[in-house]
Write a protein that binds this ligand. Structure first.
Ligand code: BV8
Length: 225
């Protein structure tokens, strides 16, 4: 029976597509305080600031193209005889633009969410405080993004995949944010082999059996080949 592979991706896989990471030199968290732009409290305090933060990233993500790492994962998902599940912490659509399917555990820049009724719809390029919900009409539109202190999406199905995979790979993530940072241990406890593909050591490197060090656009196609 061909092996089942689960791949967790983080901001590092999109770095060479021109999208900023969070914790690298000059990254997003060097420019903005997490508390101000990626928490429900920050949104309640200053929704305009949060909308501007995500409007800028939405526009950037729209322009961004997948790089050879995204393309290699799409090929693997298409050609591998077993199941390949991509779980991404990223909110850009670069896996989909490369032709892959991914589980978006932290939401998507392309999505809007009504915090009054929970309705989801395709986000306009620019959202602003008071964006009306097309379903309940409340002025309650927010980016469909999972902020700190909020439950990531699809956690049950992700847990099932971690329990049943033969190989777990993490690509371009610093392993600083939970629950994603704990996935490698969950997969290893269930018997999976584990490999980390990253430019540098991460907060979870010691948990992996194998490491491929280098830029994703190089090490991912080499790994998939
Ligand atoms: C929750 C929004 C509970 C989207 C983000 C223990 C258990 C559970 C929770 C916690 C816990 N301890 C603390 C918590 C709370 C918190 C947390 O983890 N805090 C941290 C800071 C300690 N977690 C949460 O709040 C989560 N929610 O647990 O809810 C709950 C339970 C029940 C009911 C209600 C609630 C929510 C987490 C999601 C938060 N949202 N962002 C957005 O704006 O984009 S997280 C943010 O960090 C991003 O989404 C990103 O996905 C995530 C991880 O970052 P990375 O992707 O790893 O990026 P980073 O810049 O850090 O690293 C880049 C990496 O790439 C580096 O390793 C670098 O070397 C590498 N790289 C760079 N260039 C390249 C490269 N690699 C290859 N090639 C290159 N070219």
């Amino acid at each position: 029976m061909a092996r089942k592979i689960v791949i967790l991706t983080g901001a590092g896989i999109s770095a060479e597509s021109g999208l900023g990471t969070f914790r690298d030199e000059g990254g997003l968290w060097a420019q903005h305080r997490i508390e101000d732009v990626a928490t429900p409290e920050g949104f309640a305090r200053d929704p305009g600031l949060v909308h501007r933060f995500y409007n800028a990233r939405r526009a950037q993500a729209l322009e961004a193209a997948p790089n050879p790492a995204h393309e290699a994962l799409a090929r693997l998902q298409r050609d591998w005889p077993g199941e390949v599940v991509i779980v991404t912490q990223n909110v850009d659509a670069l896996h989909e633009k490369a032709g892959a399917k991914a589980i978006h555990m932290h939401g998507e820049l392309a999505g809007a969410l009504c915090f009054a009724c929970g309705h989801r719809w395709p986000a306009p390029l620019e959202m602003a405080p008071g964006t009306p919900c097309p379903s309940c009409n409340a002025p309650a539109g927010r980016p469909d993004i999972v902020w700190f202190g909020e439950m990531p999406y699809h956690m049950e199905i992700i847990a099932e995949h971690l329990q049943s995979c033969d190989l777990f790979a993490a690509i371009g993530t610093s392993g600083q944010v939970y629950p994603a940072a704990g996935f490698v241990e969950e997969a290893a406890m269930a018997g999976a082999e584990t490999v980390e593909l990253n430019l540098a050591d991460s907060g979870i490197s010691r948990a992996f059996d194998d490491h491929r060090v280098g830029p994703a656009s190089k090490v991912v196609p080499d790994w998939v080949a």
